[in-house]
Design a protein around this ligand. Structure first.
Ligand code: TRP
Length: 350
């Protein structure tokens, strides 16, 4: 099938650091599979990192070079999909500014992720944090993506993107399809301490962790707090050990037997954790090998970003020029780099 016949999707991660198994199970495995049926754009959203980390920017570049090998190792294929570095394509910021005119400040204050961020991080919110979802809308609309594969937490941002697209179309003419959220059906993987899995909580297993680190983390993970001895009857519900085993120990009959024995108090946490560690390490082995091979090849990684971002920029410029024109700006001047020096005689605008 030709690529232009496939519906287009755009999705991405903020480049906050190396990816963990929650990212893998929640998004990356799904994205990898989507490459068969969609034209995929995957965004490394480094501008979005600044919305919270603008005082500590030292790690943003190195984090980008941690996320990318994780993506590739998980199966994101730069030959088939376009990988974009957000800050390398200035049209993201430009379109964000233009779209920001169509959203009220009050509407942005009602976005639930904004309120959560302020409460969780105890920060003085910047204007950039408030307009986070407008930049995300620009990310999506710049490529006229029809669908956006995201987790449930991102639904308010997709809803806002749809509102912006609708408002734009009403004011300036039909330009953008209202993109649909594409929810994957994988349940959220809890953290090792049974809170939400999040790098800042230190409750993750990273793709780049060694098998030994993985084993150590699993041996100390949260299970049933009411169970003191292996002979105590245990609870399966709300016990991350079994959420993990369901995912990484794919033997339904033995799984059922383990659960029966756990409830009856005839199998210990330690034994189950050892089984889990071995299965998870086996599952992650090919991903880790690929990652270890790619991570040191920084010039290859940069090259992927350069090529992807260049390809993306081509499309982004077209959309931006269309938008500038529709919004009554730019006098219809095309400032594409390949044309600008040839078609505009020097001194023409003095
Ligand atoms: N906000 C997304 C997240 O935190 C990351 C993101 C930025 C994104 N731009 C996007 C996701 C565009 C989908 C589409 O996960």
């Amino acid at each position: 099938m030709q690529s232009f016949e496939r519906p287009r999707i755009l999705t991405g991660h903020r480049t906050t650091g190396p990816r963990h198994i929650g990212h893998l199970a929640g998004t990356l495995t799904n994205w990898t599979a989507l490459q068969d049926s969609y034209e995929c754009f995957f965004l490394l959203a480094d501008l979005h990192v600044l919305t919270t980390d603008f005082e500590h920017t030292g790690g943003i570049r190195s984090n980008t070079l941690e996320v990318l090998p994780d993506w590739l190792a998980a199966g994101i294929d730069p030959q088939r999909s376009t990988i974009i570095l957000q800050s390398a394509v200035p049209e993201h910021a430009q379109l964000s500014l233009l779209l920001s005119m169509l959203v009220t400040e009050a509407r942005l204050h009602r976005v639930p992720t904004y309120k959560e961020q302020i409460n969780n991080l105890h920060i003085q919110p910047s204007l950039g944090l408030l307009t986070y979802p407008v930049l995300q809308a620009a990310d999506i609309l710049l490529y006229k993506a029809q669908a956006v594969p995201v987790g449930e937490d991102q639904l308010p941002h997709i809803e806002l993107t749809r509102e912006i697209a609708r408002r734009y179309n009403q004011l300036y003419g039909q330009t953008f399809a209202e993109p649909d959220a594409l929810l994957s059906n994988t349940p959220r993987l809890p953290g090792l301490d049974n809170r939400t899995m999040h790098s800042s909580y230190g409750n993750t297993i990273l793709l780049r962790d060694t098998p030994e680190e993985t084993q150590r983390k699993i041996m100390s993970m949260y299970t049933d707090p009411a169970r003191i001895h292996a002979s105590d009857p245990g609870h399966i519900e709300n016990n991350p050990l079994f959420t993990y085993l369901d995912l990484y120990y794919p033997h339904p009959n033995e799984q059922a037997e383990m659960k029966t024995r756990y409830r009856a108090g005839t199998i210990g946490d330690v034994e189950l954790k050892q089984i889990l560690a071995a299965s998870l390490n086996a599952y992650l082995k090919p991903i880790r090998e690929k990652r270890a091979e790619l991570a040191p090849q920084t010039s290859y990684l940069r090259d992927i970003l350069l090529q992807g971002s260049q390809r993306a920029r081509h499309i982004a410029r077209e959309t931006l020029e269309e938008v500038l024109d529709a919004m009554g700006l730019s006098l219809g001047l095309s400032m594409r780099s390949e044309q600008s020096t040839q078609t505009i005689p020097s001194g023409a605008f003095c």
